[in-house]
Design a protein around this ligand. Sequence first.
Ligand code: ASP
Ligand code: MG
Length: 440
Amino acid sequence: MLNYEKIAAYFANLYKKEQMQVFKFGGASIKDAEAVRNMSEILKRFPDEKIIIVVSAMGKTTNALEEILHLRLKGLSTETAIQNLFQYHASLISSLFDKNESKILQLLENLFEDLKIKLSELNKSRYDESYDSIISFGEMISSTILLGFLQKEAFSISKVDAKDCIRTDNSFRDALVNWGKTKETIKKSIQHEFNQNQLVITQGFLGGTQEGKITTLGREGSDFTAAIFAYCTNAKAVTIWKDVPGILNGDPKKIKDAILYQELSYQEAAEMTYYGASVIHPKTIKPLAIASIPMHVRSFYEPEKGGTIIHDCKIIHEIPCIIIKEKQSLITFKLTDFTFITEALISKIFEALNRHHIKINMMQNTAISFSICVNDDLHRLDQLMNELKDDFSIFYNKGLELVTIKNFDESLISRMTENKEIYLEQRTRKNYQVVVKNEV
Ligand code: ASP
Ligand code: MG
């Protein structure tokens, strides 16, 4: 097992080389003026480094933009919600900049004008495309404010727009990366920026199609953006700055006595993200593993601490690991005409799932029913159920949780299911999974 000194030495060694590295700052790490100042303090710890900084939207901005979009689609007034979101960013600007620096506030006003125009032009029949055109404002705003602030702090920094660097297809809301094109563009633009500056900032979560339309990579996708930039520039490391000390064997906000993993193999980390460990986006690990780029998950509150290193190692942990995936729906497709669930019927369900970009988190069948646990995504699930309603009676439960325990034991199972209603349960030799509802 590594200890903190060894981890620090490992990274100090990496940081010495001339190669660039990638830092990702998520929403919580830039949620207010104090957090933004802390981000700048962290950057000061790496004075001679070339760093690509990937930023999320500030605080809960992405959720607020989703809310604005849904109000608009329902034909309700968006004015108050827009005003609140504007005010949140404007007051952040007023704490970070002097009164006479009105330039950043002007840029914010321009972005909100664009947002209002985009909202007025929405095409209701193209929900996914509309979603990306609105939700992307969160990262456009945060990168603009942070660029201004870091320049004011005398960093040598410039910005590239992720939509011009990360080329995707047009599967809006879950866009697929064209790796060849993306590598070409990123290499060129990053090289150009680093010829003039020490730091480059860009937006997480966003990409762009060949026609110049903005796309998003899936919720919480900024980690993936960091991995894309690292892969395409052959960076020496990626660091994800979080509000937790690293990767633990359970979410410390929900489980007491959680233990920090000092190192994890790519394999084990990828498996944890699959089950819903929200600490890293599921698509992040693969590009890093292919290029053998280590990823460091560490605390922005305690930047001197070691955190977790995900890299090429052979360690397999035997301690239990609890992963809770919230906002789950359980859908059961049932036959009521005395026939059974056949492969042909299952493939019909799978084809529809694939068409609507819905991922299965758990599934089970009986003679006459097929059940899937999926993320709550009303829009996609509505389309799915509509399409299959002539073949099945469909039952739908929302607001559930999927709990996965790797290396489970019976006492942990009782603890995690206490006072909960069990909807679906499965176990293998090492893994236990259950779909539950909190009893009220
Ligand atoms: N802002 C986006 C989201 O909240 C992407 C991210 O934070 O990684 O989903
Ligand atoms: Mg976020």
